[in-house]
Design a protein around this ligand. Structure first.
Ligand code: ADP
Ligand code: MG
Length: 370
């Protein structure tokens, strides 16, 4: 077999090391590997495919000499017996302040045709949330200039807002509008996570931001619907890692936008199914609440800086009682619920005024005039 070239700058060429084992079974993105010494859970492994290399994440120890991993790249061309190399690290992304203005994938590799990031450090995608004693509560209101939202469901600085709605009710348009409004008002930086949505929307966003100059203060991280479930499951965390880095390194206000959190849950469900775990409520993964919490609990403001987040949440079949929607809803300060009836009448943004609201909708907080 030819010596593979590493596609990730974070890992040395696999050819420079001894393999730890070999592939014994491949079904789609699920790869079983036989090895003498088991690599720990969430370790990134590498395997050679067609002159390049694919990254695998260890998710299951099957027996004393076999692990089950999920591929974060396409597995076309992978075969039984292929040698597997240990990267020696968990999944991680290269971070540096030079990430501003870039379009990156879930591994922090450029998608914009530019040079790879020269990292000042690497950060683990699965970092723990900050200590409770270091976090700060949400503070004042962040004005968006969109009247119905500022009145009925005001966005909170350092808080979390969800835009809920079925397909085509205007979540993506509203998140873009919000991004433009806030970018011109505040002096911070923004991080946009494109999780499992249309690729075209990513292109449009990138071109638009490049043309209006907003890209210089933003990082776009994409793992859209054409990617493997492993990537769609991890790309939100990769984007969040950049947001945390910018918060800690620059001490600036960071706006963290994600379209769409539901796709993160959906990818988690695919991974769970592929690993052979028994589904729970309505066919979702049994680990649904903890997976959502792992992501949401890290989106917090600390003493070093604020992270304000706005997340689009697809509501399957317009059913707000869906367990995934419920799990996400529980973490948010403000909910903007978009209604199909309004959108059908051509009233945009199609905010449902009775269902939407905010935890800080209180006269002691907002004042009597509001
Ligand atoms: N604020 C708006 N003004 C005019 N049209 C809108 C607005 N928001 C949404 N739309 C219409 O709805 C369509 C779907 O919006 P989109 O944001 O892509 O939906 P979602 O992300 O919820 O699936 C858009 O292509 C547009 O035609
Ligand atoms: Mg959308």
């Amino acid at each position: 077999m030819n010596a593979p070239t590493a596609v990730r700058p974070s890992v040395a060429a696999p050819s420079s090391r001894e393999p730890i084992g070999h592939v014994v079974e491949v079904h789609g993105p699920v790869v079983d590997i036989a090895c003498e010494m088991l690599p720990p859970l969430h370790r990134a492994l590498e395997v050679a495919i067609d002159g390049g290399s694919a990254v695998l994440e260890v998710l299951h120890h099957l027996d004393p000499h076999q692990v089950r991993a999920i591929a974060l790249h396409r597995t076309a061309g992978l075969r039984r017996g292929a040698p597997v190399f240990d990267s020696g690290e968990p999944l991680r992304v290269p971070v540096s302040v030079k990430c501003l203005g870039r379009l990156l994938d879930a591994f922090g590799a450029p998608l914009d045709g530019g040079p790879p990031l020269a990292p000042s450090e690497f950060r683990n995608l699965l970092a723990p949330p900050p200590l409770l004693s270091d976090t700060l509560p949400s503070s004042d209101i962040l004005e968006t200039g969109i009247k119905v939202i500022d009145l009925l469901c005001p966005f909170i600085r350092g808080g979390k807002t969800g835009l809920f709605g079925g397909a085509g009710v205007g979540k993506t348009i509203l998140i873009m509008e919000f991004m433009q409004a806030v970018a011109s008002l505040h002096s911070g930086v923004s991080v946009f996570a494109g999780v499992g949505e249309r690729i075209r929307e990513g292109h449009e966003l990138w071109h638009e931001m490049r043309d209006n100059g907003a890209l210089a203060n933003a990082v776009l991280v994409f793992g859209q619907m054409d990617e493997s479930p492993g990537v769609r499951f991890r790309v939100g965390l990769a984007a969040l890692t950049y947001a945390e880095f910018l918060r800690d390194a620059l001490g600036k206000e960071v706006l963290f936008l994600m379209d769409n959190v539901f796709r993160f849950v959906q990818a988690g469900s695919e991974v769970s199914g592929l690993l052979g775990r028994m589904p729970a409520t309505v066919g979702y993964q049994p680990t649904l609440p903890s997976e959502v919490a792992e992501l949401e609990d890290r989106i917090v403001s600390s003493r070093r800086g604020n992270i304000t987040s706005v997340q689009a949440v697809y509501v399957p079949a317009d059913d707000m009682t869906d367990p995934a929607v419920g799990a996400i809803l529980a973490h948010l300060d403000t909910r903007v619920i978009l209604s199909r009836a309004q959108a059908a009448k051509g009233i945009y943004p199609a905010v449902d005024p009775l269902a939407s609201g905010s935890n800080l909708m209180d006269r002691h907080f907002l004042g009597d005039r509001h």
